[in-house]
Ligand binder design. Structure first.
Ligand code: GUN
Length: 258
């Protein structure tokens, strides 16, 4: 089913299904999924790892000092300038049993990381949303085909903001943009998400396209240093509500992993 997204850009166009619900991809998308050997991703959508550099680099996220990881450092913008502080939002290692395709026993404390990894990532009308999560590594995204919206919560850039009771709260900057071929209209072919920022994405139709005929959003992502589950975690409802205003949390809670 489709929903009118003209009211708010953050409304889904294609309704996400339960992760256990059967998926009825179009013949074209089913063929693409099998040709590229894509698997279901725990964030939603489909992926395949296409490269893992065997060259290893020192793990830049090792806790050599108490707040060495970018996840733990937040910049507060105040009238007197930017202040860095530890918000205590340390990334906790995810339960490896929950994750398929896990590489051998990586932990946040490993001395080294693969220099880079790359994946293909696909959103379809049957799996149209990549749930809010963050990675410690920096991710370079490149569009191949289709159209979608990205939402970035800059958890490391926090500003004073008034809530509905006029109390001042520190809230993170929220950014959203469309990825697509129409560069003249500001759609992006390439986008970078720095480590520590929360990201979600959802499928949009091409302009003039019938939502029913959507052939998916296909991109590539390269993570530096290489992806590990121990550098990855999902946004949770309590953290979303702490990071953004009540109104923004209400608009975005559908993009949380179910
Ligand atoms: N395995 C599960 N998710 C991912 C991912 O996002 N990137 C890579 N490289 N491997 C994964």
């Amino acid at each position: 089913s489709t929903i009118d997204s003209s009211i708010s850009p953050l409304k889904p166009v294609y309704e996400p299904k339960d992760s256990s619900a059967p998926r009825n991809e179009s013949p074209q998308l089913a063929k693409l999924i099998s040709t590229l050997n894509l698997q279901q991703h725990i964030e939603g959508g489909y992926f395949v790892e296409t490269d893992r550099d065997t060259n290893r680099v020192p793990n830049p996220f090792l806790n050599t000092s108490p707040s060495a990881s970018s996840h733990e450092q937040t910049t507060f913008y105040t009238s007197t300038g930017a202040v860095k502080a530890d918000l205590g939002n340390k990334l906790t290692d995810v339960d490896p049993d929950k994750n398929k395709n896990m590489t051998a026993d990586s932990t946040s404390q490993d001395e080294t990381r693969n220099a880079s990894t790359s994946i293909h990532y696909l959103l379809t009308p049957e799996s149209p949303m990549g749930a809010f999560h963050r990675n410690r590594g920096r991710t370079i995204h490149t569009l191949h085909r289709g159209r979608g919206r990205y939402v970035i919560i800059h958890a490391d850039e926090v500003m004073p903001s008034y809530d509905t009771h006029s109390a001042i709260r520190s809230k993170a900057r929220v950014e959203t943009f469309i990825v697509g071929q129409n560069v003249e209209k500001g759609e992006r072919l390439q986008w970078i998400v720095d480590g520590g920022k929360y990201k979600s994405s959802f499928l949009l139709p091409l302009e003039g396209e019938d939502a029913a005929d959507n052939n998916g959003l296909l991109i590539s992502e390269t993570v530096v240093p290489g992806f590990e589950y121990s550098d990855h975690d999902f946004m949770r409802i309590d953290r979303l509500e702490a990071l953004v205003t009540k109104e923004q949390a209400d608009e975005m809670r559908w993009m949380l992993r179910k």
